[in-house]
Design a protein around this ligand. Sequence first.
Ligand code: SF4
Length: 61
Amino acid sequence: MPKVVINEELCEGCATCVETCPEVFQLGDDEKAHIIGPDKLGTCNIQEAVELCPTQALTLE
Ligand code: SF4
C-alpha cells in the first residue's frame, strides 16, 4: 500500500492536491496541506496530485 508524505516546509498551500484528491488532502488553518485520508489514495489519481504539486512537496513511498 503506497503512502503519501507532505513536506510541510515546501508546501505553499496552493490546494491543487486538495482539488485532485479531496478525500486524501485538506488545507489546515496553517494554510498547509494535511493528510486526512491516508487510506484513501485509491479514490483519486494520487500520482497526478504528486506530479502537479508546484513545489514538489509531495512524495509517494
Ligand atoms: S499541491 Fe503541493 S504546495 Fe499545493 S497545497 Fe498540495 S502539497 Fe501544498
